[in-house]
Design a protein around this ligand. Sequence first.
Ligand SMILES: Cc1cc2nc3c(=O)[nH]c(=O)nc-3n(C[C@H](O)[C@H](O)[C@H](O)COP(=O)(O)OP(=O)(O)OC[C@H]3O[C@@H](n4cnc5c(N)ncnc54)[C@H](O)[C@@H]3O)c2cc1C
Length: 329
Amino acid sequence: MTAETTAGPVLVLLDHTAEGVLRTPVRELLTLARTLAGESGVEGAWAGELPAAAIDDLGRLGVRRVHRLVTDADPHLTAVLAEAVEQARSAVGAPLVLLVSSFENKEVAARLAVTTGAGVVTDADALVVEGGQVVAGKTVFAGTWTTRCAVTAPVAVVTVKPNTVTAADAETASSPEVVEHTVAASGRARRVALVERTERAGSGRPDLGSAHVVVVGGRGTNGDFSAVEELADVLGGAVGATRVATDEGWIGHDAQIGQTGVTIAPRLYVGAGVSGAVHHRGGMQASGTIVAVNSDADAPIFEIADLGIVGDLFTVLPQAVAELRRLQG
Ligand SMILES: Cc1cc2nc3c(=O)[nH]c(=O)nc-3n(C[C@H](O)[C@H](O)[C@H](O)COP(=O)(O)OP(=O)(O)OC[C@H]3O[C@@H](n4cnc5c(N)ncnc54)[C@H](O)[C@@H]3O)c2cc1C
């Protein structure tokens, strides 16, 4: 049986780096969008300069048309971006807009929904079309419940968590048409002006929210994150932390995972010296495979771990690193 598809094209907000390289979670989103749109096709909304290499890339991912948003105010401001995306959406009559779940995009989604009367679902981890409605799966209450939300409005705006699907190129590549939209930001969108923007020096590691592998250090590290970082690097993963570790100042607050931090759903989560408190679990319980290293055999994290290792992290992690390096040759 073929899956039901949307009644019109699916519009995807194309997050990209300052250099114009498509971000990995958007590749996943475009893969998902293809299955939802079917013959109606996938269209993309791109703010800023659009390099030729990006158009080729979008063609491989099956995008039919790219809407380049040229705004007279900074599109890094969510109010400005929301107005620009709506201009592209109404031009193609897309009944579904997809965005990667990030703080900024959730704000864009909310603004879009308010101005257009669309139904909005944030942090979806599954998405289908059923009986003509967009139905999103969503994990709630600190990962203890899974819910399904049907959008009953004619237009749906959904932010999808990274790692929901595996990115894949389209069976047949397309040659995307590029359509330019000149967008004049409203007075309301201009109430905030961006006065300065400084890019933080990157760690060289993947982004925590979208990484396939995350290695997390807790109080058990006692402030020494070297073993955690080494394992993350050998696995090509990101480094995360519990609130205890960030409150202690051992690592920045942006690394905090949990109810009051970042929510992650990597394919592999490794927790080292992490007890597995409920506030932490709320941000990582949806991970694919959970590995825990803890010296206390009764630590609560072992209740949700797929693989639990009772031991000192400063012994176990270097052993894992040595073995992985041996296997990697
Ligand atoms: C409103 C509220 C919101 C919160 N939000 C968050 C949040 O977003 N994220 C979050 O993480 N926390 C949050 N917390 C805090 C949370 O409740 C826990 O206190 C915290 O997650 C515990 O962090 P931990 O596991 O690093 O420390 P602990 O609970 O102290 O656990 C440390 C673990 O390390 C083990 N250990 C010690 N030494 C070693 C070693 N050498 N090798 C291996 N294991 C070792 C111990 O056996 C222990 O299990 C919140 C709390 C509140 C009240």
